[in-house]
Design a protein around this ligand. Structure first.
Ligand SMILES: [Zn+2]
Ligand SMILES: [Zn+2]
Length: 441
């Protein structure tokens, strides 16, 4: 039986919540103030703690800080603050002190059930079995292809103005690569496809730059309490995935916090470079890009899909630095060669390669060190790696449709010159690839 600790100086509130928890098969411990609460928490290691903020002897902020500072209690116990204070600063301070969730009284029991389920193994709310997509084919669909910032307007109508978001269907799983603004129309499409039936969705994040996460607050399936959304990604340079993703939804940036989204949203921080999203094996590779940025290779029976939206190839970077008369040692050059070779190995023989091609070789010299690559290198890389299809990706927000089409034409000339069978396209919103058969919607 799961144990919950209820810390509140209001006996009546404790009584109501305690009755409800017992009905839902929880073992309930109660404390009248923070000090007694702390002793019980340290002794019993409950799965969840419901804690008031304003209590005598030890207030809720102090309780969270003290409990979290005991290293062995840092993880494993969810602290849910239950308070009469609706002030944004109190919410922020409570979360900063170590609370996982913040609920304002009077407590809505549906909300409480959802929150408890999120932090425990579930069972408090009823959920019908999730719907499994019926189409068994392995597919890749582009919903956002732009880099850096969304660029809607007349000049980007053909390729699209939304930032990074790709939908994959593999082994009946829905895997979404990045949550740029393209995830908003994808969410609308998923709602239309699954109506109100529950669905499990996996989102794999390469890194937390805005253009890869900014659409998530507008992802409609996250507002349906029947849906389970798991966000996978690696910890960033300055803070964890959970903290970074939640902070973009904090007041004053957004009116609804990530914790308040009714869908069951779970964050899975990845540690290993080889992992699985349910039945689908994925490999990860660190990319040369400011902060922590990953490339992914999603392995499927119909061929592998490599997604490297933001990467600055080392050798081009070093050679540009040399041209600018910066000192580049022999070791530097060897290091660059080794790094690019490792990346080449990572993408070897893939079916679909989605690769950062923000610039071309004439634009790159004025963007050295910005973390992006040029089309000429993408093509050369794809040919060397024996990729079947290359999608130029992360289009510069200043590149018009004509500009991108000219880049594609030049890329195809390069392919012809190398007598390669590589198929090159520029990624375009709405374009769907069924592996083994290219279909442009
Ligand atoms: Zn980006
Ligand atoms: Zn980036």
């Amino acid at each position: 039986m799961k144990t919950v600790l209820l810390i509140d100086d209001n006996r009546e509130f404790r009584g109501i919540v305690s009755d409800w928890l017992k009905e839902h098969e929880w073992n309930v411990l109660e404390a009248d103030d923070g000090e007694v609460g702390l002793q019980l928490a340290l002794r019993h290691h409950p799965q969840a703690i419901l804690c008031d903020l304003l209590m005598p002897r030890c207030n809720g902020f102090q309780f969270c800080r003290t409990f979290r500072s005991q290293e062995e209690h840092a993880d494993g116990t969810a602290i849910i603050v239950t308070t009469g204070s609706g002030y944004a600063t109190d919410r922020m301070n409570a979360l900063e002190a170590g609370a996982d969730e913040y609920l304002v009284k009077p407590i809505n029991f549906t909300n409480l059930a959802r929150v408890l389920d999120r932090f425990t193994d579930g069972g408090t709310t009823f959920r019908a079995a999730p719907v499994v997509p019926t189409d068994k084919r392995t597919k890749v669909k582009f919903w956002g292809v732009r880099g850096s910032i969304a660029a809607p307007g007349e000049s980007t109508v053909f390729y699209g103005g939304n930032t990074s978001c790709i939908e994959m269907r593999v082994n009946n799983e829905i895997i979404i690569l990045d949550a740029g603004t393209g995830i908003r129309p994808l969410g609308v499409a998923l709602e239309r496809e699954f109506k109100n039936r529950p669905v499990d969705i996996n989102i794999l994040i390469t890194h937390t730059h805005w253009d890869h996460i900014q659409g998530f607050p507008f992802f409609m399936p996250a507002y349906n309490s029947q849906n389970r959304i798991t966000i996978y990604g690696f910890e960033g340079a300055r803070r964890g995935l959970q903290a970074t993703l939640s902070s973009q939804m904090e007041s004053p940036y957004f009116p609804i916090s990530m914790q308040q989204m009714p869908g069951h949203v779970a964050i899975e921080e990845l540690r290993d470079l080889d992992f699985k999203i349910n039945s689908v094996p994925v490999r990860a590779h660190f990319l040369n890009h400011p902060g922590v940025c990953m490339g992914y290779r999603v392995q499927t029976d119909a061929g592998d899909v490599c997604y490297l939206p933001d990467v600055e190839l080392f050798q081009r970077l070093r050679s540009e630095m040399e041209k600018e008369s910066r000192v580049v040692s022999k070791e530097d050059r060897e290091f660059a060669h080794d790094q690019d070779t490792k990346l080449l190995e990572f993408i070897k023989d893939c079916e679909v390669l989605i690769l950062d091609s923000q610039y071309d070789s004439t634009e790159y010299p004025s963007h050295v060190g910005w973390g992006h690559s040029c089309m000429e290198d993408s093509v050369a890389f794809a040919i060397k790696a024996n990729a079947k299809r290359l999608f130029l990706f992360h289009h510069d927000p200043d590149h018009s449709d004509e500009h991108v089409s000219r880049m594609v034409a030049r890329a195809r000339q390069m392919v012809a010159h190398h007598q390669s069978s590589l198929v090159v396209e520029a990624a375009r919103e709405g374009c769907e690839v069924v592996l083994d058969k290219l279909v442009s919607a």
